[in-house]
Design a protein around this ligand. Structure first.
Ligand code: M6R
Length: 610
């Protein structure tokens, strides 16, 4: 996720671009840059680090002109650096591009261009686009962009400028957001409304496969194929604060709703075109090395640890390797048995959690191969691990982790399948079957989100209690732990998560009339057993909210007080669905209690102390 802004009009563009980028910094902030058409040529200034670094650079040497594009980056291909910052240009410096998204086939496109004599200065996928547009240019930037785009696979929102046409700015949207702002004598492009709200409230929202050609006086809209389209202007009534959250009341709610996209982005380019195998070129561990691994340790903190617990089940069942999970703050101090045959997987959204980093260093000191699953390219964890799988959830602002957690689950599914196909522990057909089921997850999450109101009602009832329990068996237990943490974190309601069969060994004493129990019932082979545990708490007066698979409604409804059904998927994949109602439950409970949802008391987004 990156932020794009563009301007064509009568004002100096540099301040408009910089102010716009400030509003988009939530989309990425590891480097930034702008390109301005001076009237004679394109000039580009960029800088690694926060936007302030770019501003400092521009203070001495401002870029003057009334047409320009800008970008704030959240690295995916290549570390944060000046060279990898956008805008990217072709070798003639006459075409400049800002991009948000991922070009899946950029390596093959780059190889072809290199053979034709093009020189590349960055590690990014985006630089390929500026070269492609230059190659296709025959006097019309719109046609050149259309031809270039047809060669690209993946997700992209683009802003394109050429020195040859100082009065046109081209924008394209395909699976990454982009809007067009319409002002009197001036037009804008942006990844999100806040970037341009100061100048106009009239916008066009581009859909996938659409492009816009902006001049000072008009906006022409086309499909990528070049067919003209008509669209109504959308008038924005939101204030700036609401707009920054995409119209949602809180970042957490926005991030919960961004999960279908985060799933798609994390899977994108990592599944073969025929859908039958996983492609993880980022993993340097060779098949021979992988065959030499005899145990796996998963180490993380908090929510990332809960993703790791699902990861344990995934790897054990698919790759048939023994997996231990450890809370990172405990790992170093228990003298774990770590050898060069141990694969240590560290999981961290931020990539900066002190305990996780210390565990990573300890694992490396003992000679283990360390694989990181993280959301931040260039973070300490990403830099120090031997291998990195980046989750493409985009920056997560709310302290309560939601889309980062579910993207970690997706990363574990991909990794487990990759290990299985490399080790030959699963039939090719089973791998294809699981991948097909994963492909449906984003739409299934959408279905769950459409039932948010049902969860809201339950959350309001729950918010009146000061104690509650989450129960589940197997992989459902890992999700119960995550549901309980989320609720504690933002609603401050005390809750405990228990393996459902363990309750009767002590905790059952706490169940009395009216105590809410949230029961996960998604594992077919454990269904009957969990139902028995539900009966145990019901018999003591508990009020049970069940989460079960579609198709079990009639039967499950007899045992619980309220039932929420999730769409059917494979047993191993249910956490990617069942956690969503639990995220909504904690969100609405916190809201009902009037707490600061995005910034809960006593907590920080990144915990960089032991
Ligand atoms: O950045 P990390 O994933 O390493 O952070 C680990 C935990 O601090 C984090 O998951 C925490 O538990 C979340 N705030 C929970 O929502």
């Amino acid at each position: 996720m990156c932020g794009i802004v563009g301007y064509i009009g009568y004002r100096e563009t540099q301040p408009i671009l910089i102010e716009g980028l400030k509003k988009l910094e939530y989309r990425g902030y590891d480097s930034a840059g702008i390109a301005v058409h001076t009237g004679q040529k394109l000039e580009v200034t960029k800088s690694v680090g926060r936007l302030a670094n770019l501003e400092n650079r521009l203070t001495g040497e401002p870029l003057c002109g009334t047409v320009g594009i800008g970008h704030t980056r959240w690295a995916t291909h290549g570390k944060p650096s000046d060279a990898n910052s956008h805008p990217h240009t072709d070798n003639s410096l006459k075409f400049s591009v800002v991009h948000n998204g991922i070009i899946e086939n950029y390596l093959e496109l780059k190889e072809e261009l290199v053979q034709e004599g093009h020189r590349f200065l960055s590690e990014t996928d985006t630089e390929v686009i500026s070269h492609l547009v230059a190659v296709e240019y025959e006097g019309d930037i719109v046609k050149a962009v259309q031809k270039a785009v047809r060669k690209m696979r993946g997700a992209f929102a683009l802003g394109v400028l050429t020195e040859h046409e100082p009065d046109r700015l081209v924008a394209v949207r395909y699976a990454s957001p982009l809007i067009i702002g319409v002002g009197e004598g001036e037009k804008f492009i942006a990844s999100d409304i806040p970037a341009i709200l100061e100048y106009t409230r009239d916008i066009y929202i581009l859909e996938d496969g659409e492009m816009a050609v902006l001049t000072r006086d008009r906006v022409d809209l086309f499909t990528i194929e070049g067919n003209p389209i008509a669209k109504d202007v959308f008038h924005v009534n939101w204030d700036l604060m609401t707009a920054e959250k995409g119209g949602y009341d809180h970042f957490m709610l926005k991030e919960i709703h961004e999960q279908p996209k985060a799933y798609r982005d994390t899977m994108r380019g990592r599944i073969s075109e025929d859908g039958r195998s996983v492609v993880l070129p980022e993993i340097k561990l060779t098949p021979e090395q992988l065959r030499g691994i005899n145990r796996v340790h998963i180490v993380a903190c908090g929510t990332a640890m809960h993703a790791g617990m699902v990861g344990k089940t995934v790897i054990e069942s698919l790759a048939r390797l023994p997996v231990e999970t450890d809370v990172a703050s405990e790992y170093r101090y228990r003298s774990p048995i770590i050898t060069p045959e141990t694969l240590v997987i560290v999981v961290s959204q931020s990539g900066e959690t002190a305990d996780t980093l210390a565990a990573l260093r300890e694992a490396k000191r003992c000679g283990a191969h360390v694989l990181a699953i993280t959301n931040v390219v260039g973070s300490s964890v990403a830099r120090e691990a031997d291998d990195v799988i980046i989750t493409l959830a985009g920056p997560e602002i709310a302290v309560a982790s939601t889309k980062a957690y579910t993207s970690q689950l997706i990363a574990f599914y991909l990794l487990g399948l990759y290990m299985a196909q490399t080790l030959g522990t699963q039939e090719e057909a089973r791998i294809a079957h699981i991948l097909a089921a994963m492909d449906s997850l984003p739409d299934q999450v959408e279905k769950i989100l459409a039932q948010s109101d049902t969860v809201k009602g339950i959350a309001e009832a729950i918010s009146k209690h000061s104690n509650l329990f989450f129960i589940g068996r197997g992989i459902d237990y890992a999700v119960a732990l995550e549901g309980s943490l989320k609720l504690k974190e933002i609603s401050y309601i005390h809750s405990e998560a228990y393996a459902a069969g363990e309750l009767k060994h002590g905790t059952l004493a706490l169940i009395e009339e009216g105590v809410p129990v949230i029961a996960l019932l998604t594992q077919e082979d454990l269904y009957e057993k969990t139902l028995s545990n539900i009966k145990e708490v019901k018999a003591r007066g508990a009020d049970v909210f069940g989460i079960a698979n579609e198709g079990h409604e009639a039967e499950a409804a007899k045992s619980v007080d309220t039932l929420f059904s999730i769409p059917r998927t494979l047993p191993l994949l249910t956490p990617a669905l069942s956690v969503v109602p639990l995220q909504l439950l904690s969100y609405y409970a916190s809201l009902a209690l009037g707490h600061d949802v995005d910034k809960p008391r006593n907590l920080a987004k990144s915990v960089t102390v032991e």
